[in-house]
Each structure stands twice: as structure tokens, then as C-alpha cells.
Design a protein. Structure first.
Length: 94
């Protein structure tokens, strides 16, 4: 990759990171994740974009790329089903 292309990617990565910050402030977490991810792909050395992306993943409670959500199950909820539906409790934990 030429120096110009590398420089151009770094500038685009900074722009994408800034876009992600703006989207995050507007509470568009999916859009913010996408912008931060694009920034990381353009410039893997841009730590700020990587940290911002990871913060969005934490805020969402899932990685938007996996399309799955890790739901928290409360102990009280599990206890409510303990005697009647022991199977339900095991399924919730798997």
C-alpha cells in the first residue's frame, strides 16, 4: 500500500470514528457500532475507534455482528420456576 493510500485510510478512519461519536450522542448505537467498525477496518491501529466500538458492544449487551443477545436472567426469575418447571430453568441457563 502506498503512503498516500495509507494516509487516506487513516483520515477516513478518523472521519468514521467521528461519525460514530456523533451517532452515539444521538443514541443510534447500531449506527455508531457500524461507523466504529468501519474505522477499525480502515485503520486497525486507531485505538480510539476500537475502544469506542467495544464500549458500544458493552452498552448494547451484544455484538451487533453476531445478531444475538445475551439476556441476563435474574436469580429470582429462576427461583420462581424452580419447583414447577425445573426444565425451564436449565434451558434458560444453556
Amino acid at each position: 500500500m502506498s503512503t498516500d493510500a495509507s494516509s487516506s485510510n487513516k483520515e477516513l478512519a478518523v472521519d468514521k470514528n467521528n461519525d460514530g461519536v456523533a451517532r452515539f450522542k444521538m443514541e443510534d448505537l447500531e449506527g455508531a457500532f457500524k461507523s466504529f467498525q468501519e474505522a477499525v477496518e480502515l485503520d486497525p491501529t486507531l485505538e480510539e475507534a476500537r475502544e469506542n466500538r467495544d464500549m458500544v458492544v458493552e452498552r448494547l449487551g451484544r455484538d451487533p455482528l453476531t445478531k444475538s443477545r445475551a439476556e441476563a436472567v435474574s436469580y429470582t426469575h429462576l427461583r420462581a420456576h424452580e419447583t414447577r418447571h425445573d426444565l425451564v430453568c436449565r434451558l434458560l441457563l444453556e
